[in-house]
Design a protein around this ligand. Structure first.
Ligand SMILES: NC(=O)c1ccc[n+]([C@@H]2O[C@H](COP(=O)([O-])OP(=O)(O)OC[C@H]3O[C@@H](n4cnc5c(N)ncnc54)[C@H](OP(=O)(O)O)[C@@H]3O)[C@@H](O)[C@H]2O)c1
Length: 241
């Protein structure tokens, strides 16, 4: 059986990716940081259909000291990872003038530092023909007036993906990013309707995407062996209107 690891795999986009991998017979290791209730619910739900095919590791990946602990726990479960999905992410919705240093740092630690150092720890157990997918964002492509730390960190994620190609390709490991647009997850649920409508007006397909639509794109990147160093936008053509 092939192994996949999905950080932030208990909710939203990560949960949909985990489910898509389970359906394709991967053994999936999911990770989360805080919300035990959701993690338990997800475990019970997925385990009903895919028993003995998944494990969940609780580890807050925004803390540098947790990265090695987390990777060691992964290595206790498997000595080979074919698919590594670095999806856990954090935002900060403060404006330019309000942003404080530690929050900026924490956004970068979660979105950028954690994926980089997890790849550094785990690439040695990824066999030839394996695949890394990092969740970026259209906020890392188009400038916005809010969530600046988030957008800049996601732009850096896209740059990291491109920069790592030359180190990973000699080992048969491809690395790509997905840049989702606005996707119906907990992140978006608390946005006031007026703001959601404003966003929908800027999306050519006039709606938010679903986590499953992102998961399908991740599966495509895993299967297509000639895509490497790509930032794949899945955003319903955001900003074309
Ligand atoms: N939703 C969107 O519109 C959208 C758009 C573009 C990009 N994205 C990106 O997609 C990814 C997933 O977002 P989502 O909307 O699916 O979010 P979500 O529904 O809130 O799920 C986030 C998941 O990440 C985990 N997580 C958060 N911080 C973590 C940390 N420090 N260490 C380990 N796990 C952590 C959460 O665990 P806990 O619940 O335990 O905290 C949860 O499992 C993020 O990278 C986000 O930037 C989302």
């Amino acid at each position: 059986m092939k192994y996949a690891l999905v950080t932030g795999g208990t909710k939203g986009i990560g949960k949909a990716i985990s489910q898509a991998l389970l359906e394709r017979n991967y053994f999936v290791i999911l990770n989360y940081a805080n919300d035990d209730d959701s993690a338990n619910e997800t475990y019970i739900e997925l385990n009903k259909q895919y028993s003995d095919q998944l494990r969940i590791i609780k580890e807050d990946l925004s803390q540098p000291e947790n990265i090695a602990i987390f990777c060691n726990k992964v290595k206790e479960i498997t000595k080979s990872i074919e698919v590594l999905v670095l999806n856990a992410g954090k935002t900060d919705r403060s404006s330019f003038g309000e942003t404080d240093y530690n929050t900026w740092l924490s956004v970068f630690e979660t979105n950028l530092f954690a994926p980089y150092f997890i790849i550094q720890e785990l690439n040695s157990i990824m066999p030839w023909d394996s695949s890394i997918i990092v969740t970026g964002s259209v906020m890392g492509i188009y400038p916005h007036s809010m969530s600046i730390s988030y957008g800049v960190s996601k732009a850096a994620v896209h740059a990291m993906v491109k920069n790592l190609v030359k180190f990973l390709s000699p080992f048969g490991i491809r690395i790509n990013a997905i840049a989702p647009g606005f996707i119906e997850t907990e992140w978006q649920k608390n946005k006031p309707d007026e703001i959601k409508k404003n966003i929908e007006r800027k999306i050519s397909l006039s709606r938010f995407g679903t986590p499953e639509e992102i998961a399908e794109a991740v599966i495509f990147l895993i299967h297509n062996k000639y895509i490497n160093g790509e930032i794949l936008k899945v955003d319903g053509a955001y900003s074309f209107m």
